[in-house]
Design a protein around this ligand. Structure first.
Ligand code: NAD
Ligand code: ZN
Length: 360
């Protein structure tokens, strides 16, 4: 009997509902340690100058840092933010609040970890390398799909690799799910980030790591994605359901793994800086032999929402470029094992991956 089951943390507190962002002040109040120990708000700069900012429950010593989500988070960006916060305050902050998409949520998690741990963020990329608990941190998603609000990882681009800080201290202490905050998202971005959730479900449900825990969350998330992307919901209901789909999708992969699309998308992201959501879509469209039902459904969703994916992304790449991408993709062994089983090396080759990349 297997006895090395993993004991995962979950988000201990979550609030859900339109307008619940308004309760942020009362939620933070008991966490404020002293006037010297501020709350730091890391906020996606699309919100700069919008009414959301006037709703931030700011105390005199608190700080708002606006951050662009144009590029995915980097380890040295985390180090820089931690340095900035340490030099500005005598005391360690009472908490970090991240407001935005996966990019801002991941930055908030990483900064909360690094404020209590020595060295550089890159030293903690991997599994269970974090020594000390992070400071109190709150995640407030403003776009739905990644599951970053529930996961125990923060995905960072480091000098050598794109890899998560996976640890029990990464998970948020509090999440605020206010679907109204997702109102301003463009249709394309809504689709790409939403498809991240859909692909999490397909990869988890079709994977060899599947178990009843993952399946129960994955099936629910998939059902919600179908309603959102193929049904005829009111806007408000659609926002509510996609937010919960993201949550369940994230829970589903906690106890399983993602698969082929994510492995290959990491390659695209590493070499070309292609963002996570769109990268997954670019790869997934050509994975019918791995995920026949999922790709058929994906094509229906693309058609229904009139999404045109970019073409020719890999057209001008050299042999060595393809080698870099395939190496990054194939280095993510657990993803391949989940997708194709323990003997995955027999079923996949660099040539095979290159032939898929060449279509993109
Ligand atoms: P994102 O955070 O990069 O944001 C995408 C775009 O949407 C940005 O331009 C942003 O400014 C904009 N945006 C966000 N909210 C908006 C709003 N309410 N109105 C208008 N514009 C808005 O996108 P994402 O897809 O949520 O996150 C991608 C990142 O998440 C990647 O870095 C990926 O590595 C990471 N990720 C992390 C996990 C995890 O478990 N930690 C899982 C999946 C993905
Ligand atoms: Zn993903």
């Amino acid at each position: 009997l297997k006895t090395n089951y993993r004991n995962f943390p979950m988000v201990p507190r979550v609030i859900f509902g339109n307008g619940c962002f308004g309760q942020l002040g009362e939620i933070l109040l008991p966490k404020r340690k002293s006037v010297e120990a501020p709350i730091i708000f890391l906020i996606d700069d699309v919100f700069e100058g919008t009414p959301l900012i006037s709703r931030i429950p700011l105390f005199p010593n608190d700080l708002i840092i606006f951050i662009s989500a144009e590029e995915e988070p980097k380890t040295d960006q985390v180090d820089f933010l931690v340095e900035q916060i340490r030099s500005e305050y005598k005391e360690i902050p009472s908490g970090i609040v991240g407001i935005g998409g996966g990019t801002l949520l991941d930055l908030a998690k990483a900064v909360a970890i690094m404020l209590n741990n020595e060295g550089k963020a890159q030293e903690y990329q991997g599994w269970d390398l974090v020594k000390k608990p992070s400071i109190y941190h709150v995640g407030i998603p403003t776009i739905s799909g990644t599951g970053a609000e529930v996961s125990r990882t923060t995905v960072l681009m480091g000098p050598e690799k794109k890899l998560g800080i996976n640890s029990d201290y990464t998970t948020f202490d509090q999440v605020i799910l206010d679907p109204d905050l997702t109102k301003g998202v463009s249709k394309e971005q809504w689709f790409y980030t939403g498809m991240d959730c859909f692909i999490h479900c397909v990869e988890s449900l079709d994977g060899t790591f599947l178990n009843a825990f993952s399946q129960s969350y994955g099936e629910k998330a998939l059902e919600l994605c179908k309603e959102v992307f193929l049904g005829e919901l009111e806007d408000s209901e659609s926002r509510d359901k996609l937010m919960m789909a993201s949550w369940h999708g994230g829970m589903s992969i906690a106890y399983s793994q993602v698969g082929v699309a994510h492995a290959m998308s990491y390659g695209l992201s590493y070499l070309l800086g292609v963002r996570h959501g769109i990268g997954n879509c670019l790869v997934f469209q050509y994975l019918e032999e791995f995920y026949p039902k999922g790709v058929a459904m994906f094509n229906k969703m693309i058609e229904k929402h009139n999404i045109t994916l970019p073409k020719g992304v890999c057209r001008d790449l050299t042999d060595s470029d393809f080698k870099i991408m395939t190496n990054v993709a194939l280095s993510l062994e657990p993803l391949w094992e989940n997708a194709l089983g323990v003997e995955w090396k027999k079923h996949i080759s660099p040539e095979k991956l290159r032939s898929i990349y060449q279509k993109i």
